[in-house]
Design a protein around this ligand. Sequence first.
Ligand code: NAP
Length: 259
Amino acid sequence: MDSKSYGFIGGGRITRIILKGLHNAGASFPNVIVSDIIMGYLEKLKQSYPEICISYNDDKLPARQDIVLISLHPPLILDLLKEIKPELKASAIIVSLAPKITIAKMQEALGGFDRITRVIPNAPSIVNAGYNPICFSSGISETEKSEILGFLSPLGPCPEVKEEKLEAYSLLTAMGPTYLWFQFYELRNILKEFGLNDAEIDESIKKMTDGALKTMFSSGMSPEEVMDLIPIKPIGDVEEKIKETYRNKLLSTFNRIKP
Ligand SMILES: NC(=O)c1ccc[n+]([C@@H]2O[C@H](COP(=O)([O-])OP(=O)(O)OC[C@H]3O[C@@H](n4cnc5c(N)ncnc54)[C@H](OP(=O)(O)O)[C@@H]3O)[C@@H](O)[C@H]2O)c1
């Protein structure tokens, strides 16, 4: 990490994910301070990274750093910003990791402060395989953009996107792993009963998934042609139900997180 100081407000899952990804890439955190209202989360971070500063129930300290990352759930963010406004340096950059709360709303809560970045991170950043779409407010210079992108780059690509697309990315890249992981873990449980060991199953899941994606994106075939390559579909009779579930659940979640 560079010589800037970093304050994380909220020391839960996404802060842990980001710090672990940066740590894997060789970073240490003498210039990082994390606040949370759960002491256990802070202690866990301190155990993993003894050089880190922790701030229990006090967001003022992280708010005074060069880069202030907001790792809170959306309903808490605007009140938090109003609370930390007097602490912010004029040169600080706010990095929000949340959906729903737009740059315009944050600017309003901060009395016009225009140095705001929004990122929608995704959990595979923890193994440096994230895909973390990002957008910047107009007050962030090109040099500062490069600095923020440099800070996040060990986690995986950060494509710059239009702000209004971030909630759709939330559903795809941030929540997407939850659509897949439970199925793969269940496949692993089931396939063990059929005689494969853990190593055989894990290698098969990796290769099968990789090959399935390559077929989808590189075969030049239509979706119908791809899906017709395999005549026996053990769960084919519930596909319509699963598709309907996807449509309904994603739509209701999108309606909840859209600005
Ligand atoms: N996890 C992901 O993969 C992911 C991906 C993309 C985006 N995000 C976004 O990241 C944000 C945080 O999510 P998360 O997964 O990290 O949630 P989380 O694990 O629940 O962590 C949030 C933490 O912030 C604490 N908190 C609440 N108010 C606080 C305050 N004023 N000061 C300091 N800490 C406070 C919470 O305590 P309480 O639980 O007691 O409230 C909790 O420990 C959300 O907006 C989420 O949408 C997460």
